[in-house]
Structure formats: structure tokens, C-alpha cells
Design a binder for this molecule. Structure first.
Ligand code: ZN
Length: 289
């Protein structure tokens, strides 16, 4: 069976406890939720942190607490900080990169979200990519639109990234004017362009809300390297029921994989697939423990 990376996006910047009480907000809650997802087969955790009032935060101290806890309780799990999301000061979005997580998300262009512009100016993208390179943090390129693939190519041309990044197509953001719809032909176009321009890249896709499992099926049918689940993207296990925790969302991912003769990659396999160090922070000068 082919190993496929299962990423769990535990918190995000949008869902609140009112939407689903299982959304982990505090660092201890986030570590606990990550640990259960890790035990269920997730090898990569995508992390946003929150203030006590649940608003999005860029506080490195919060990121450090989550990173420290995940390293302790989930041996080898790939830690990916978000440098994006809604409600964060753009100037602060890279503040935690000197904690040297394994990876960080990097959006290479702007997009209209439902009530706001998710702004990623050329200067901001370049600054974040430069900081990631400095701290040996591997980027996961977030593709919210076709042109964002070309934005990734510009970073490679500028020497800010190697030619085999991990890329993620984000599909199905509800009520967003120009977000990618979660449709087969759209994914086909995106994957064809990724393969043409970034033939050495690994790739995955995230389906938002009700699109989550459908997008997983399509990624696996097309030979993708990873799938993504978690409460950031989807708070429901079915139309009528909220997910009780992040790990409850990992279980259907594993079932869908079986149908495609795939299985969740271990943390070690994921590190090899995504070109990551075998151990945390080896040889890096970082601020984290
Ligand atoms: Zn995120």
C-alpha cells in the first residue's frame, strides 16, 4: 500500500468554541488534540495559535508551547506553523519562524475570502520565504489560485526555495468570490500545472467544509502525496453532526485511503517524502528547546 501523508489542521483562525466546542484553543488543549490525531495516523500537524479570547495570535511564546508539547508527546511528528490565516497582523505572521518548526505554510498570492482580502503582497511573501530559508524551515506552498503556482516558481528563480517544495491546493472556501471551487476539472488543471512547472514537488489538497472527504478521494485517485483533515477546515463529521475531536476526522481519512490502496505514512516516511531532516532541528541554530 502506498504511504500518504495525513496532515491535521487542528485549530485554524476561523472556527470558535461556539462553532464546535472541540476546537482546541489553549496550547495544552492543542497538544492533547494533536496527540490523539497522531495516534490515529496523522504525521503532520498544521498549527495556528489563539489568544485567550479565541482571536488569532502570532505570539511566538504560544507557538513554542505547542511545539514543545508536540515534540514531547508525538515523536517525530512534523510540525508546521501557519504564517497565514485571517485576523493576524501581516508584519507579525513570520514572528515564530525563528523557533525552527520543520515546516511553515506560505501563500504565494492574495485571494478574496468571504469577508476580507487575504493579503499576501510580493514583499511579504519574499520576506517570509527569506526567513524560512534562513531558519531551514521547509515551506508548504498554499495555492488558493492558479497564479499562485507561478508565484512559487518566482521564489525558486529568486533562489529563496529549492525546486521540490510541498504544495497544497486549497479548494472550496465557501462564499469566497475567487476561491477555487472543489471540482474535479479544477484540480486536474492545478495538478497538471504543478507537474509541468514543479515536476519535483510533492502535492496535496485541502477541501474546506463539506468538500473535505470528496477532495481527499480525488487527491488519492490522482496519486497525490498527502491529504489534509482537521477542525480548521471542517467542523463536522457528517452534515448533521459536529466532529467530537480532531482525531475523529482522521479516521475517515484512513478509511478513504484503504479504498485507494493507500495507508497513512509514518512520521519517518513523511520526513523522507517531504525532504525533511530525520530529527528535529539537527544542525540548526534555533530559539526553541
Ligand atoms: Zn491554516
Amino acid at each position: 500500500m502506498r504511504p500518504v501523508v495525513v496532515a491535521v489542521a487542528i485549530t485554524g483562525s476561523v472556527p470558535r468554541k461556539l462553532d464546535n466546542p472541540a476546537v482546541p484553543i489553549t496550547p495544552p488543549g492543542q497538544v492533547e488534540s494533536t496527540h490523539a490525531a497522531f495516534e490515529a495516523g496523522a504525521a503532520l500537524v498544521h498549527i495556528h495559535v489563539r489568544n485567550a479570547d479565541e482571536t488569532p495570535s502570532s505570539d511566538p511564546a504560544l507557538f513554542a508551547q505547542v511545539q514543545d508539547g508536540v515534540r514531547r508527546h508525538c515523536p517525530g511528528m512534523i510540525i508546521q506553523f501557519s504564517t497565514g490565516g485571517r485576523g493576524r497582523d501581516p508584519a507579525a505572521r513570520g514572528n515564530a519562524l525563528d523557533l525552527c518548526p520543520d515546516m511553515a505554510s506560505l501563500s504565494t498570492g492574495s485571494v478574496n475570502f468571504p469577508s476580507t482580502v487575504y493579503e499576501n503582497s510580493a514583499a511579504l511573501v519574499t520576506d517570509l520565504a527569506t526567513r524560512m530559508q534562513t531558519h531551514h524551515v521547509r515551506p508548504e506552498i498554499e495555492l488558493f489560485d492558479f497564479s499562485h503556482i507561478h508565484g512559487a516558481c518566482r521564489l525558486i528563480e529568486a533562489g529563496l526555495m529549492d525546486d521540490h517544495p510541498h504544495v497544497q491546493v486549497v479548494m472550496g472556501i465557501k462564499n469566497a468570490l475567487n476561491a477555487l471551487p472543489a471540482e474535479d476539472h479544477v484540480l486536474d488543471v492545478m495538478v497538471a500545472e504543478i507537474r509541468r512547472l514543479l515536476p519535483r514537488a510533492t502535492w496535496t489538497a485541502a477541501g474546506i467544509g463539506i468538500n473535505q472527504s470528496r477532495v481527499m478521494e480525488r487527491v488519492l485517485a490522482r496519486g497525490g502525496d498527502g491529504v489534509r483533515t482537521g477542525l480548521e477546515d471542517n467542523t463536522r463529521i457528517s452534515r448533521g453532526r459536529l466532529a467530537s475531536c480532531n482525531h475523529e476526522l482522521v479516521q475517515p481519512a484512513a478509511e478513504i485511503m484503504q479504498r485507494h490502496t493507500c495507508r497513512p505514512a509514518t512520521a519517518a516516511e513523511t520526513r523522507a517524502m517531504l525532504g525533511l531532516d530525520a530529527a528535529y532541528g539537527s544542525g540548526r541554530r534555533c530559539l526553541s528547546p
